[in-house]
Design a protein around this ligand. Structure first.
Ligand code: IPE
Ligand code: IPE
Ligand code: MG
Length: 246
């Protein structure tokens, strides 16, 4: 089966540029984050219509705790407000929400809301939305190795392989991302989906996240469609993915 012309199944977005967007307007960084949350609503709503069935959003990295306490607290409040205000709407729109990342460092109230949203949308099938909070690819891999070795006990190490690794990651059961977009022009991965993104296509639009619209996403997806994905093979592109995704 050829991948050419097919929209991405799974899009990952590194939602970057909120702080600079706000600062360039003389606003506090936190208003950039608040504006960024509004973009999430439009993008989530529009994904199914452009053929995107899986969307993974990078909201807060394991390194983002290094930011000033006020910014971190402001972000946690925005995540909380987002969940509270979207709880019913996401369910109605058929969006299944999952969170990936460490949970124990997140304020308890937010942890509970995250669990509530996951539960409320568990049967939804129109769009799979994964939100990465306190997420780092290296941490996820280290936790997966811990989990696998604990389960292995005295068993043979050969049982640890690509498939079992994929199944031990937070993203178990989800397909690998086909396409990763990082807004605001920075060209780096910043610890996002390290294992899963090995054969993702990348795009780095200059647009800051608070200005990234569904029309921009549609254009990105159109450009993605003409990319020639070879997965290490020669000649005609193939739809073979690198890991089974658990
Ligand atoms: C992305 O925007 C949001 C988070 C990392 C939480 P930034 O806050 O990193 O914005 P810039 O990169 O400073 O502009
Ligand atoms: C990556 O952005 C994390 C998120 C978008 C959530 P950062 O702004 O934290 O990344 P660096 O520090 O520029 O690499
Ligand atoms: Mg940034």
């Amino acid at each position: 089966m050829s991948d050419v012309g097919r929209p991405p199944l799974h899009v990952g977005i590194i939602m970057d540029g909120n702080g600079r967007w706000a600062q360039s307007r003389g606003l506090a960084r936190i208003s950039g984050h608040a504006r960024g949350a509004k973009r999430v609503t439009e993008i989530v709503r529009g994904c199914p219509d452009i053929g995107v069935t899986h969307l993974t959003l990078y909201a807060f990295s394991t390194e983002n705790w290094r930011r000033p306490v006020a910014e971190v607290e402001g972000l946690m409040k925005i995540f909380q407000q987002y969940i509270l205000s979207k709880l019913d709407g996401l369910q109605r729109e058929g969006v299944r929400v999952r969170f990936i990342g460490m949970r124990h460092r997140i304020p308890l109230k937010l942890q509970r809301l995250m669990a509530r949203l996951e539960e409320a949308t568990a049967e939804c099938e129109r769009l799979n939305l994964t939100i990465a909070i306190d997420y780092g690819g290296r941490d996820e891999i280290a936790r997966a190795v811990q989990k696998m070795t604990a389960e292995l006990g005295d068993g043979p190490v050969e049982e640890i392989g690509e498939d079992s690794m994929a199944a031990a990651l937070d993203t178990a059961g989800l397909p690998d991302p086909d396409f990763i977009i990082r807004t605001s022009g920075e060209q780096r991965v910043s610890n996002f989906l390290l294992w899963q993104g090995v054969y993702a296509e990348y795009s780095f639009p200059e647009i800051p996240w608070p200005e990234f619209t569904l029309a921009h996403l549609r254009d990105e997806v159109t450009a993605f469609r003409s990319r020639d994905r070879r997965f290490g093979a020669v000649g005609a592109p193939t739809s073979v993915s690198i890991t089974a995704g658990g």
